[in-house]
Design a protein around this ligand. Structure first.
Ligand SMILES: Cc1cc2nc3c(=O)[nH]c(=O)nc-3n(C[C@H](O)[C@H](O)[C@H](O)COP(=O)(O)OP(=O)(O)OC[C@H]3O[C@@H](n4cnc5c(N)ncnc54)[C@H](O)[C@@H]3O)c2cc1C
Length: 429
């Protein structure tokens, strides 16, 4: 059997960052990617925060195909026929090194794969791994079709449904409540139009999140990110909540209906859909992660359940990249010790524990329970919008005082035991 030092299964962000960190270490590193090229099967919203990554991977960003740096945060509560938007701008977000960028994975991952190749790694596209090869319980390689390739260490970077972690017996059976489903369109528009519509200067970007009536009572929300000359528009819904919904919703129709809302229609007007994608998102949190290592194998990125819905933002890409780098560091240590057993690879878990990733996963461990509360997606956004509507509405009747209008509504909807319980729950995140 042909043998290399390290096989990385999956050429997404986690696999590629691991390969990049290992590529000049003298080890032979093979990335096996089932897609036509890295980026062809990878989906994100997507916004990436660079500051958490820079200490681990400082040197690749100057040339990276990033889209716009985000200077404007927009949150929109949607009622059935109305909406309320809160917009935040900060000069701090507009200073280099910019904290976050919008990103298109089809471009970014492809570029990153080329970088790995330049540095000495091998990225092999159209290569699906079908199984692990094990000897006395230890992972010693992978099978792809009829081919068998041996390795001292296999890295499972095969994304959210990672069948490698399942084959290795590292994870519990999946539960629908641990996943959300994302739908996304990339809509091409020229950069000047984007800048005018979103009131942005050149290269500046906006990130807009939506919650409320757009998901029709299903746990979830919408997103809109401005790229250089396109918009990424999508919806994310909890699988569990989607399954429970009666009558059933055709999920793709939700996105069409969202686009038909006047608030969105005007933003995407004249644009052409150039990409459509759907993908699962990990929502299980720290309590539902698989075991991260076994004899001869490590698990990184989405495959390791490293992702968070922090309500105000979705995190996954930084976790994928940094977990890849940390896995590479653990592998380098194992190589020095010439020991790829679980007791040597445990180093990876220690590195993850010390990093921001597991600290954040721990801080946000109750997010899932908070998100299960459907009032967040139904009652509250509607009440907020109706309240503003009442305040702003003028007709033939004499207008009531603002305080009186607001207090009556606030008392009716918020001064009750249900909202008090929701508030107590909210304090957990
Ligand atoms: C709709 C949506 C919105 C999101 N928004 C954001 C956001 O705004 N910010 C953020 O940080 N995160 C976001 N995320 C999460 C983020 O995109 C993921 O956490 C991240 O892509 C994980 O990267 P990864 O490399 O671990 O997995 P992936 O990118 O999924 O890569 C896995 C790779 O493995 C390959 N593969 C799988 N099985 C095999 C096999 N058997 N053989 C060979 N190759 C295989 C796949 O083809 C794929 O290329 C979002 C996710 C979705 C779906």
């Amino acid at each position: 059997m042909e043998k290399v030092d390290v096989i990385i299964v999956g050429g997404g962000l986690a696999g590629l960052s691991c390969a990049y960190e290992l590529a000049d270490s003298g080890m032979t590193v093979l990335v096996l990617e089932r897609g036509d090229f890295s980026g062809s099967k990878n989906v994100t919203g997507g916004r990436i925060y660079l500051r958490p990554i820079l200490p681990y991977l400082p040197d690749i960003w100057e040339q990276a195909p990033l889209e716009r740096h985000v200077t404007k945060e927009v949150f929109t509560a949607m009622g059935k026929t109305n909406s309320t938007t809160f917009e935040f701008y900060s000069e701090r977000f507009n200073q280099e090194p910019y904290p976050s960028y919008t990103i298109l994975r089809a471009k970014f991952d492809r570029w990153f794969a080329d970088l790995v190749t330049e540095k000495g790694g091998f990225v092999i596209p159209q290569k699906t791994v079908d199984d692990l090869i094990r000897e006395n319980g230890k992972v010693i390689g992978v099978k792809s079709g009829d081919e068998e390739i041996g390795a001292d260490c296999v890295v499972a970077a095969d994304g959210i449904l990672s069948f490698l972690t399942e084959k290795a017996g590292l994870r519990k059976p999946f539960q629908p409540q641990h996943f959300a489903l994302g739908f996304k369109e990339v809509i091409q528009l020229d950069s000047k139009t984007i800048e005018d519509r979103f009131r942005l200067s050149e290269n500046e970007g906006a990130a807009q999140l939506f919650f409320g009536a757009l998901t029709r009572g299903i746990m979830g929300g919408g997103f809109l990110y401005t790229n250089k000359d396109s918009l990424s528009l999508g919806l994310v819904v909890g699988l569990h909540s989607l399954n429970r919904k009666e009558p059933r919703e055709e999920i793709y129709k939700l996105l069409d209906q969202f686009k038909e809302r006047p608030e969105i229609k005007i933003l995407v007007k004249g644009g052409e859909v150039v990409e459509y994608s759907a993908h699962l998102i990990t929502e299980g949190g720290i309590n539902n992660m698989p075991r991260l290592y076994t004899d001869g194998m490590l698990v990184v990125g989405d495959a390791a359940g490293l992702g968070l819905n922090m309500l105000a933002t979705v995190r996954g890409m930084e976790y994928a990249i940094v977990s890849g780098v940390l896995a590479a560091r653990a592998i380098k240590g194992a190589k020095e010790r010439n020991d790829f057993s679980a007791s040597s690879l445990v180093e990876y878990e220690k590195l993850l524990n010390d990093s921001f990733i597991l600290k954040e996963m721990n801080t946000f461990k109750n997010t899932l329970a908070v998100l299960e509360n459907e009032r967040l997606f139904t009652k509250y956004p509607q009440v907020i919008c109706d309240l503003f509507e009442k305040v702003m509405w003028v007709d033939e009747n004499p207008k009531e005082g603002i305080y009186k209008t607001k207090m009556a509504e606030l008392k009716k909807h918020f001064f009750n035991i249900e909202t008090f319980k929701d508030w107590l729950m909210f304090r957990k995140i």
